[in-house]
Design a protein around this ligand. Sequence first.
Ligand code: NAD
Length: 481
Amino acid sequence: MTTEHGHPAVRMYIAGEWCQGGTGRTAPVVDPATEEVIGDVPLATTADLDRALDAAVEGFRIWRGTPVTERTRILYRAADLIAERAPAIGRVMTREQGKPLAESVGEACRTAETLRWHADDARRAYGRIIPSEPGTVLTVRREPIGPVAAFVPWNFPVGGPNRKISSALSAGCSLVIKASEETPATAAELVRCYADAGLPPGVLNLVFGEPAEVSEHLIASPVTRLVAFTGSVPVGKLLAARAGEVMKPSLMELGGHAPVIVCADADPVRAARSAARAKFANAGQVCTSPSRFLVHESLVEEFTDTFVRAAEAVVVGDGLEPGTTMGPLANARRLAALERLTADAVAQGAKTLTGGERLDRPGYFFAPTVLTDVPEHAELMSEEPFGPIAPIVPFTDLDEALAVANALPYGLAAYGFTGSAATAEKLSAELEAGILSLNHCGGSVHEAPSGGVKDSGYGREGGPEALDAYLVTKRVSHLLA
Ligand code: NAD
């Protein structure tokens, strides 16, 4: 079923049924490239949330008792459906979130691969047998933690929810997931793949609502055993504190402010091209997006020239138009934030080499922006921009650059460019980050763990570590005689 704007009509998915919220309350869904309302999203009542929680209890009972071979078969079928439907899912994603269609379709395809990766790991969630006293069998079992309360944002409308869903389901957990009210149809299309693959009712429940009301209710409920959140640091701290009050573990994937250190022995052109590509991907709305460019003074001119050329080559437009390489920002909040950060930096003496303002057309478009002479105390240097702004700052001494890089309370991603193995080792040892890329600005991959240190959160997604948060360890000693 679609809206008059040709967008899927959004429903919640509770206990195996697609449904409207109890009161019929809704919020509009906006196309960020046109600012037009293209649909609406139902908002859950407390009764809807309780139904989802009850369903998750029953779903957990069924799913944890389903043989792992059968669970894996269903998850693989869901992955096949995601891959098959990637072009359609991609279109829905671009209309709701704005990223270029090729990025959206690519995200859906990677999502299918991530699901297969985690489904394989479901078969390897081994326990162990420990040598013990004669007549005693001492074992360690790994069991699913229970129903999960998950909350995901709008920047990766399929990849984000799927990281939580695929890890939880592979571990044998059920979920109630609140996806973003700004990209709801995309999340619903993902959930539809799981439903169509034969996932039993209640195992996966999708809700939307007032974020604070939903998180308050789901976290406080004795049904949920783990709180998994991706989003901003302030909201993450709030939810982690709520989880702590009811003694629930949490998995926190929060924001960052990723430094890029370009050392004196690096290739400045290669570094600038790679950093610019990463900076403008998804219009900079990525938690690992490079956001402070610390460049050795001997290279700063060549690096900056190349970076500006790359910024000016970005084709900004509606993500559905062929040739677009950067879409609009996802919402009006981001546009306002970027205008504020740029104005503050410029008022404090920064120079705008390119961009610096929104485009003169409907839609939340902001030009790819390069700033120099940005003082350290400008808001942009400590507040995650989450948008296409690149402040370039020269440095003289590597230790000084490391001190600047590590000065913020964040520690998600960091990047380094150097031709020296010894310097690469120094960067690896000293940069305070959970994800470090050297001589490239690679994105997250499902085969390796991602996550932060310091205020950027705790726990890991991706790699075999992804299942850790969703499993509990039980020691069993069995006296045979
Ligand atoms: P926000 O802090 O208002 O919301 C971030 C996400 O958390 C949204 O999906 C929102 O629905 C959800 N949320 C907000 N309050 C909540 C609550 N009380 N309970 C449960 N969920 C809640 O920010 P925003 O304007 O949507 O995004 C801006 C900032 O968020 C960015 O600058 C960035 O730092 C951060 N962010 C990070 C990621 C990430 O991948 N780590 C993704 C999106 C946004």
